[in-house]
Write a protein that binds this ligand. Structure first.
Ligand code: MG
Length: 292
């Protein structure tokens, strides 16, 4: 199932996207429930949605505005740095990495987070934040949505805790990332986390490692890689995070970006106003965001 959070102009609602239409799921859900609550109550709500989608009122997909599937996550988005080999190499060459660490492959996952307030919709404008940053960059990534929470999750059980998947653009202010050493600030500016367009349930994805990530800027392909190239795979990330942190339903994990980001080029190709950045992943749809 492809779930969406959509707006008709006045309210935001949860729906099921289906061949060009959105089925409005409001009547099946507790009043005011967003996708976060749907994921929390999935054991009951999932089967109801599955059985009764066909009977729901529909709206043409192009008549509604799709919002981020989880417009306000419960807490920061977990993110993974340097999780594709070729990206580690380009980051090292770029001069933006910490000297001394720049040529090594990480021995353990590098984890940081993005503020919840950075989340924006799949077609929303990305704010350039002039005066705050002058080095705006993109990072197309697969985003894992946690279903059942837990701590001390084992590798063997990790996929049982995955509710589904979406796409994230881990937009980065490279100058802030470099100058402030810790990445939170450079990763968290308002609108710098386009998310969506769909929250796709895990049962729709036969083999997540076979999915291909593609990022284009003004139709020029910049990133293209399979999820199987991850250095630390999805189970490893879940094991690492949940070892001492209780994962919660609806938690988001941005799994890392492949090679081809703006600072991977010489000279770097930063984003400027008017640029259209699109990230697509097999079966998960496309983010399409313009720099304001
Ligand atoms: Mg990233």
């Amino acid at each position: 199932m492809k779930l969406v959070t959509f707006s008709t102009g006045t309210t935001s609602r949860v729906g099921v996207a289906n061949a060009g239409v959105v089925c409005d799921a409001s009547e099946l859900l507790p009043s005011g429930a967003g996708l976060l609550e749907v994921i929390e109550g999935w054991d009951e709500l999932g089967p109801a949605l599955r059985e009764r989608t066909v009977a729901l009122p529909t709206l043409p997909l192009d008549s509604v505005e799709l919002l981020a599937p989880i417009p306000t996550p419960r807490r920061n988005i977990f993110c993974v740095g340097k999780n594709y080999r070729e990206h580690v190499a380009e980051f090292g060459r770029s001069g933006y990495d910490t000297p001394g660490r720049c040529k090594q492959l990480p021995a353990k996952p590098i984890l940081f987070s993005k503020a919840t307030t950075s989340v924006t919709g799949p077609t929303a404008a990305i704010a350039p934040h002039r005066g705050v940053t002058s080095e705006l960059d993109y990072e197309g990534e697969l985003c894992v949505i946690i279903g059942r929470g837990g701590r001390g999750i084992t590798r063997e059980h990790a996929y049982k805790h995955v509710w589904g998947y979406t796409i994230v653009n881990d937009v980065t202010a490279r100058d802030l990332q470099r100058d402030h050493k810790q990445w939170l600030l450079g990763k968290s500016l308002d609108t710098h986390c386009p998310l969506g367009p769909y929250a796709v349930t895990a049962d729709e994805i036969t083999d997540v490692t076979a999915l291909q990530i593609e990022t284009t800027v003004n139709d020029e392909r910049r990133q293209f890689a399979p999820v199987k190239d991850l250095i630390f795979d999805i189970p490893e990330l879940i094991v690492t995070l949940s070892a001492g942190i209780t994962l919660l339903p609806g938690d988001l994990i941005a799994t890392g970006t492949p090679a081809g980001v703006g600072i991977g080029f010489d000279p770097p190709k930063f984003l400027t106003s008017g640029d259209l950045v699109e990230v697509s992943i097999t079966g998960l749809g496309r983010l399409s965001n313009r720099i304001a």
